[in-house]
Design a protein around this ligand. Sequence first.
Ligand SMILES: *[C@@H]1O[C@H](CO)[C@@H](O)[C@H](O)[C@H]1NC(C)=O
Ligand SMILES: *[C@@H]1O[C@H](CO)[C@@H](O)[C@H](O)[C@H]1NC(C)=O
Length: 206
Amino acid sequence: MSSNNYEPYLLLGLLTITILACSISGTMGSALHGPCDNDDACGTIDTECQNGVCVCRENFTVLYDSCVPMAESRVHCTKKNDCHKVLGVKSTCTKKNQCVCKQFHHLHLGQCVKNRDLHETCDHDHQCYCGVDCQLKIACIHKNCSCKAGHSPYKSRRCISDQQLNSVIEEPRTEEFNLLMQNDGVPRTSIDCYSFSIFLILTILY
Ligand SMILES: *[C@@H]1O[C@H](CO)[C@@H](O)[C@H](O)[C@H]1NC(C)=O
Ligand SMILES: *[C@@H]1O[C@H](CO)[C@@H](O)[C@H](O)[C@H]1NC(C)=O
């Protein structure tokens, strides 16, 4: 059998993965360094909107595609062991010689603790994490990281106060934000996501 027989299936499979991946990234909000018109438009935890771009909040820094907390007293390091004394074993040393928590960890009493996302199991409130601005809105309720009373899940991973939820829905879009969108309200980044992935698939196949 020639390998050509597999190509239509391979193509179909790759296209399905592309559509799923691109649409999931779209519903999660704008990625780190993606376009935004307010902080809520940024989907990555611990990012904020600055000059129309999602960037890491103050005291956070980029590690791969996440924003991770830096040590409160800026510790200079050359290897991760330098950081373990300060932040615990779930820390690492960045290329810029800063001690930070590893990806998907947050600071609790000065130590890096693994994040339990909204609706993950938990034993203590401090394990539940939905961003530094969200810390007071989430708690471990019946061993389930849940939004506290008066708050609701927002964009699948965060908790937002019920009043804020209403204002976010009604908030008008700024002109700057509209410029970053196509006419139908699909962010340019997700159009780029589709076109880049399809380009990649075609390059691999032909
Ligand atoms: C950032 O860290 C500095 C030094 O620890 C602190 O003084 C400042 O309040 C922090 N900023 C925020 C927004 O937490
Ligand atoms: C936590 O609660 C949510 C909402 O009730 C539920 O969908 C989810 O499955 C629960 N998670 C666990 C780990 O029990």
